[in-house]
Structure formats: C-alpha cells, structure tokens
Design a protein around this ligand. Structure first.
Ligand code: MIC
Ligand code: SF4
Length: 631
C-alpha cells in the first residue's frame, strides 16, 4: 500500500510507534516551531519551566502579530519578554509589524516535507508548501522546543480532488467555503485534508495557503498540497530555491473519502454570521447591506489578494455607508504594494490601511458596532469574534469584499472587469527578523508576567458543582473572548481568568472562585476554534476540574489534558447548573470515569477516550508536571 503525503512526512520522522497506518499512536520528531505573542508568552514561560538550555528544533520563530498595536502597555512588556526569551533560547524573533506568523512563515521559513508545530490553530497554512503544519497549545510547543516528540493518532485522510480552473471573480476562498459547506465545522475532526488533481496545480502558493489556512475551520488536524513546479517557482521568487523538493502522494495511497470539486463550476460564496460553515450562495447573500469591509488576515492577506482588491477598486470610491480596512499579511506584502502602486490605488479609493498583523480579525481595532454587519476576508465569524459580542461578521473572498465595498452591500465580483495578475516581484528584506544572541541574554519580564503555578496530580475522587450548561459548538472565543478586553493579559492567568465565559455569563468567574471545584457541561464540538491555551488555563485557574461534553474539538481537548482538566464524553442532557457531582477517577486507566449526580441521584459513566500517554499526563496534573517527571 502506498503512502499519502502526510503518511510520507510522518514516516520519515517516526520515533515512537511502528507504523503510520490510520489510528496508530505515533510520536514524531518536530523540525520547526512557531509561536505568536498571544499564545507565545505562556509557551515560552512553560518551556523555561522545563529547565532546558536552548530550543532544539532546526527552525524556531517567535512572532509578534496579534498585539502589534499595544493598546495597553502590558503588551509592550510582553513583546520585550518574547524578544529577550527568543534571544536567550535560540529562536528567531519576528518584530511587531513584520506580519502575521503564518504568512511570514510560509514566505521565509517553511519547506516541503517538514513538520511544523505552532501555538496557533492556523499553523496548517504552511501546508501550501507541501509540509505539515499542526496547530497545538503552548505546552505541546514547549515540549517540542525541548526536543520532545509530538504524539498523535494517525488521522484518516480525505483527498480533495480539484479539476478545472477558477473563473474570474471566484477565489481560493470559495474553494475552502465549498469544502466547509460539504464537511461543516466538524467534518474534518481526526482527519487530514490532502489536495490534489490537475486543478490543484493551477493554484499558486498564496491561493493554496488560503485553502490550507481555513481547513482549520473544518476541525481538520491539518491540510496539505503537493509540492510541485508551482511551489518551486514560489521558492525561487523568495530566493530560497534550495529549500524546495518535490512531494506527492503514491498513486496507490488510500483515502477515507475522495471529494471532487470542479474549480471551473464554482461560484462566489459567503459564510453568513454565526459559523464558518453557514455558507450561502451569491444569489442568497447579494444585496445584504454591510457597514464594514475588512480585507486581510492570515487567510487572505497575500500580495495576490491585495493587488486584486486594488485593481477592483481602482478609480472608484468606497460606498458612503461603508468603511474599509486593509491589512497586509506581511511587511513583504506591504513593500510590494507600495512598489507596484496598489497601496496608492487602495488609499485613493477610500480604504484605510493598518500595519501588517492580525488586527481586526482578532478584534484589535476596527471593532464593528452592535448589529453592524462586517464583511471580512478572514476565517472566523462566531458571535463575539471581532471584539463585540453583538456585531455580525460574514466571510468571503477578497474579490467579493472589494466588489461589495464599492456597493455598500454584498455584491458579485464576476460582473466587474477581469483583473489580470502580473508576475509578482517578491521583495526580500529580512531586517525585521532578529537572530538570537544566546545564553548571556537577560530575559526581561514586566509585572504583567505572572509566574506559573505548579501542576498537582489528579485526585482519585472529587466533588464538583456544575457551574454552567452550554449547547453545541462552543468556541474558544466563547470560553475566553479575545480582543482588547483580554489580549494584554495573556501572560497573567489570575487576571485573564476573570473573563472566562464573559460574554455568555458575566458571573461565571466569580461563581467558580466561590465554588472552589467546578465542572462544565456542554454539547458537541466543545472548544472549536483557536489553539488558545487560555481557554483551558483560565477555567483551571478558577478551579474547574472536568468538562463533560458530547464531543470535543481536537486542539482544545489536548489543551484541557495538558492543563490537568479531564475532558469527559457523555450525554450531558441531564446535567443542570447547580448539580452537585461526585466524580470517581479511579477507573481512568480503563477509560471510564464514574459519576454520581447527588442532586438528581443519577449515576453516569463518562468515557475518557484517551491514549495511555494522555491518561498519564492527566494523572500527573498536566503536561509540564508530566515532562518534569523522571523517566
Ligand atoms: C485566533 O485566530 O483565534 C487566534 C487568536 O489566532 C488563536 C490564537 C490565540 O488565541 O491567540 C488561534 O487561532 O489559535
Ligand atoms: Fe491572526 Fe486572525 Fe490569523 Fe488568528 S486567524 S492568526 S487572529 S489573522
């Protein structure tokens, strides 16, 4: 039996386990790690707590992109900590303004065939280069920085077979919105999406990156394209041709499922507010009034995207009832836009410009008003995303965003003159990437950086009160909102914990602190979305010891275990806020947790669904306590 692309990459770095067959538990060596500021302060503090001298993987980059604007001084202090920690432990530091981690990483560091672990859920963007990028929580990155293996069960592979060519006005974003329409936000869980077919070879690397980036929204472990002549061309233009090699699946590789998409027949799509899989056709969405357009983010912040937007808007004016914010994905993109006149075209059309970074995507500026509809080229649109729980966000391609900005309502770009893309001239200037100076660097910590508390082993029995009951699809943005409210508190757990479930129930943190030991009950796909470890660390800080849900999203489930919270699977319909539970962990190794609901006298057996290693981590109290245990 031949291998898929991901099996090839896993098998080359297999250090624990005997085969890369689906479902096998394996431990793989990690080649590259990335961290970003909002998850990175914790990841580097966690790495430091392991007492290891220097980061081990070949390429380690610490980016600042989420808190560039420094609305609060704490963020500036965090940046200095990250810069000095990177220098001390041997990582490259990407300064604020250099761009979003995923965009810069594929431009300057990624390479076909490598395995990248990143403390951000959109790390799969790197799959555009024919490598595997996997988003994880900070503790998994900390362990990998120390040279530890990354353990996972080999995911099933869905092949997405692309044929034809995208017509004018239809973007790579429409390909991934079509995939989301088919798979929904749960269809990728436990799976890798591998793209192939003639149509795949018609897409350039930035288009592929849009698709691999937003594969995260299907819940997939990662997404990957083959590395071909198009990839080689990209490496050449980035002056890194030596890093290129061909990667393709074996012809007899086995897939769980093959999804066929004819690019020529695709039409523009829009994900309407609430969820990235709330996908509607242009016919259904057009004419909807919009207040804002945001073009940019790690999904659609490439030069290709912004160039097209500038040509669509050239010589025209943004609609009076609409504001437009353009945010280049990287400084390289910005430099190219300056050089080729795109920036001038955008500004002349009435667009506003923000420095390269995450910006509005994570609610750092350009926060829409209550009930306002913001059309964005970003990847997420849950309620509460974008910095205001009452705003509405719709997702589309840059082509749809630009056409709609001119009309003040969702509009069809296919009716506008065709934009022909010239060959890009990439500007290579790595001056905002700082190289480490080594062990003598003093790490500078602001007051905001609260020391980590030690993790303590899981008790055999606990009593806990159900503090909140929740429905399906609770995202990490629901658990711990991002944006200006919390972004500066990412290295201060006691402070950030005050905002746990803030948009859903402002009293939660206070009640949790009073209860001392609490539990949460939820529906399907609990914790979907970001890799934000704080969505597990903050509840832990508030004394939450277990979460009962019908199912869990991959990264969050692992973050819970790493933080010493038990993710327990059961039917949660009979649990109510205020129920007193007696939970018995003595059967954990057999995969069962027995629980008595003292309020309604019901006995429930919850499934633990964990590997032996995960059980060991949970028993130890978390990943750091486990990593420090003598072998
Ligand atoms: C996001 O898009 O939600 C983030 C902000 O990039 C997160 C990480 C974080 O919470 O800092 C992610 O996707 O992992
Ligand atoms: Fe930044 Fe948004 Fe991408 Fe997250 S999804 S890394 S906030 S641009």
């Amino acid at each position: 039996m031949g291998f898929t692309i991901s099996q090839k990459i896993f098998s080359e770095r297999l250090r624990s386990g005997d085969s890369v067959e689906f479902g096998k538990e394996i431990g793989v060596a990690v080649d590259q790690c990335l961290t970003q500021d909002s998850t990175g302060t914790m990841a580097w503090l966690e790495f430091e707590s392991l007492g290891i001298d220097a980061a081990k993987p070949d390429v380690v980059v610490s980016y600042v992109d989420h808190t560039n604007a420094c609305f609060k001084g704490e963020s500036s202090e965090d940046h200095l900590f990250l810069q000095t920690a990177a220098s001390r432990f041997g990582a490259i530091f990407s300064k604020p303004g250099n761009g979003v981690c995923h965009q810069v990483h594929y431009e300057r560091f990624g390479r076909p065939g490598a395995l990248l672990l990143g403390s951000d859920s959109h790390t799969p963007t790197a799959g555009a280069l024919g490598m595997l990028g996997i988003g994880v929580g900070g503790m998994d990155v900390a362990v990998a920085l120390g040279g530890g293996l990354f353990y996972l069960k080999v995911p099933r592979v869905i092949r997405i077979d692309l044929s034809g060519k995208l017509p004018w006005g239809v973007g790579a974003k429409d390909v991934i919105l079509e995939v989301l329409r088919i798979l929904t936000v749960k269809g990728g869980v436990g799976r890798i999406l591998e793209y192939g077919g003639d149509g795949a070879h018609s897409l350039d690397v930035p288009q592929r990156a849009t698709i691999t980036n937003m594969g995260a929204e299907t819940g997939a472990t990662t997404s990957v394209f083959p590395s071909d002549e198009i990839t080689r061309g990209f490496f050449k233009s980035q002056k890194r041709e030596n890093a290129w090699k061909e990667i393709k699946p074996d012809p007899d590789a086995e897939y769980e499922r093959i999804i066929e998409i004819d690019l020529s027949s695709l039409k523009p799509l829009v994900a309407m507010p609430g969820s990235p899989d709330n996908v509607k056709s242009m016919e259904e969405a057009r004419g909807t009034k919009i207040n804002q357009v945001h073009i940019g983010s790690c999904t659609n912040g490439s030069w290709r995207d912004l160039y097209i937007a500038s040509r669509i808007m050239e010589g025209k004016t943004v609609h009076a009832g609409c504001e437009v914010m353009v945010v280049p994905g990287s400084r390289q993109v910005l430099q190219m836009l300056i050089k080729d006149g795109s920036l001038e075209r955008l500004v002349n059309a009435g667009c506003r410009i923000m420095e390269p970074g995450c910006g509005p995507c994570i609610g750092m500026g350009f926060v829409p008003g209550a009930g306002h509809l913001s059309l964005r080229s970003v990847n997420r649109n849950w309620y509460g995303r974008g910095g205001n729980k009452d705003c509405l966000i719709a997702l589309s391609s840059v082509e749809v965003c630009a056409a709609s900005a001119l009309q003040g309502e969702i509009a069809d770009p296919r009716e506008l003159p065709v934009v022909v893309l010239p060959s890009p001239e990439f500007i290579i200037d790595d001056s905002m990437l700082l190289h480490p100076s080594g062990k003598e660097t003093e790490i500078i910590r602001g007051k905001n950086i609260a020391p980590l508390k030690p993790q303590s082993p899981l008790p055999e029995k606990i009593k806990a009160e159900v503090l909140i009951t929740l429905g399906d699809g609770i995202s990490t943005d629901d658990i711990l909102p991002a944006g200006p409210l919390t972004q500066h508190l990412r290295s201060n757990l006691p402070e950030i914990a005050r905002f746990a479930f803030y948009y859903l129930d402002e009293t939660f943190s206070q009640r949790a602190r009073e209860a001392k030991c609490g539990a949460i009950a939820a529906g399907e796909n609990y914790g979907q979305g970001s890799s934000r470890e704080h969505a597990a660390l903050a509840p832990r800080e508030l004394g939450i010891s277990c979460i009962f849900a019908k199912s869990f999203a991959r990264i969050h489930r692992k973050n819970l275990i790493n933080c010493g919270i038990a993710p327990l699977v059961c039917n949660t319909d009979s649990l109510h806020q205020g129920d007193e539970l007696e939970i018995d962990f003595s059967g954990v190794s057999e995969g069962i947790v027995r629980m008595k609901n003292l309020t309604n006298k019901e006995d429930i057996n919850a499934q633990i669904n964990m590997t032996a290693l995960e059980i060991d981590i949970l028993r130890s109290g978390g990943a750091l306590a486990h990593a420090k245990k003598p072998m």
